[in-house]
Design a protein around this ligand. Structure first.
Ligand code: NAP
Length: 302
């Protein structure tokens, strides 16, 4: 166990890029497992779990720097009670995640991936796709990523609809107080709200039925927002037309039933996975840690 104050102990929870790990090694003593009680910092990903039991084992912990914007795995009541700072990397990944949402929407509607598979297999048969333009597009969660999706979706949309915790008077779209009403009003439902108790399984069988047989679901938020068995059933029986999914309930496990559906596009939680985005996220993680250990204000505190 070390407690070298020039290289504070840091618990690396989950994978980060080799470049970020190399920069962390210059500043910290890194632990990938069994962090010692002298651990002062954790670096984790958007899906990392830091619960009260882990915090109890780390009494010297001062900061959790998340490499991502999701923090539904962090026990915020416990970190607050212990005075532990939590930072994320907002904004720098927004455009990349929004781009992927639009990519998934188009890929599902125009059958891009299914047709690619067909051509690779020697086929040239064209099954008619859905027109992507002129659709009613609904966005669940109109924060940084939701607004960036809306900006990109506007040229494709005959109408824009949204749900958030509160209406946004500055946004030119139709507000729906609940997701069932949102789903009933749109052809494409894009999920861009945080995970956690308040949104768990909020996309359930009823919401999928409201979306309807021409409806497409796109989820770039968290798998926990969707009742995955209900989604599989809705896709199998034609309750909805298709889905583009970057996130899943039990990653990296993906239900086998989804893998054989041509009306589904699957994506390995790659919303922020661009060279540019990941470099900016890594720089923000380091900047937050540097600020904390130099006694300066954090750049992006929660
Ligand atoms: P954000 O700026 O905090 O926006 C969240 C939005 O969701 C806000 O509009 C908020 O409403 C709304 N919201 C929160 N709780 C809600 C609820 N219970 N019901 C309805 N709406 C609710 O977050 P962001 O930066 O846009 O990120 C959104 C999520 O995307 C993250 O939490 C993360 O899970 C996910 N994400 C995924 C990837 C990926 O790789 N696929 C990458 C980054 C992020 P108000 O505005 O009214 O408060």
């Amino acid at each position: 166990m070390t407690n070298d104050t020039s290289h504070p102990d840091l618990y690396l929870l989950g994978g980060v890029s080799p470049a970020l790990e190399a920069t962390l090694v210059e500043r910290f003593t890194l632990y990938r497992e069994d962090p010692p009680a002298t651990t002062r910092a954790i670096v984790g990903g958007g899906s990392s779990v830091v619960d009260a039991a882990l915090l109890d084992r780390l009494p010297a912990l001062e900061i959790i720097a998340i490499h991502g914007v999701g923090y539904d795995g962090i026990d915020l009541a416990a970190t607050k009670a212990r005075g532990i700072a939590v930072t994320t990397t907002p904004d720098v990944l927004t455009d990349d995640v929004a781009d992927l949402a639009i990519g998934l929407m188009l890929a599902v509607q125009r059958r891009i991936v299914a047709n690619d598979r067909s051509v690779r297999g020697g086929g040239w048969q064209v099954d008619l796709a859905r027109r992507a333009s002129g659709r009613r597009i609904g966005i669940f969660g109109l924060g940084r990523i939701g607004r960036a999706i809306a900006k990109r979706a506007a040229p494709f949309a005959s109408e824009l609809h949204y749900t958030a915790r509160s209406a946004k008077p500055d946004f030119a779209g139709v507000f729906h107080a609940d997701i069932a009403s949102l789903a009933a009003a749109c052809d494409v439902l894009i999920i861009a709200a945080p995970g956690g108790d308040a949104t768990s399984h909020i996309v359930d069988a009823g919401v999928l039925a409201a979306l309807g047989e021409d409806g497409i679901l796109v989820n770039i938020a968290r798998g926990s927002l969707v009742d995955e068995p209900a989604l599989v059933a809705a896709l199998m029986d034609g309750t909805i037309a298709g889905a583009g999914l970057d996130v899943f309930a039990d990653e990296p496990a993906v239900p086998d039933a989804l893998k054989v559906m041509d009306q589904v596009v699957l994506s390995p939680h790659q919303g922020s996975a661009t060279v540019d985005g990941r470099a900016a996220m890594a720089a923000l993680v380091i900047a937050n840690l540097d600020a904390h250990f130099a006694g300066r204000d954090l750049l992006t505190p929660l």
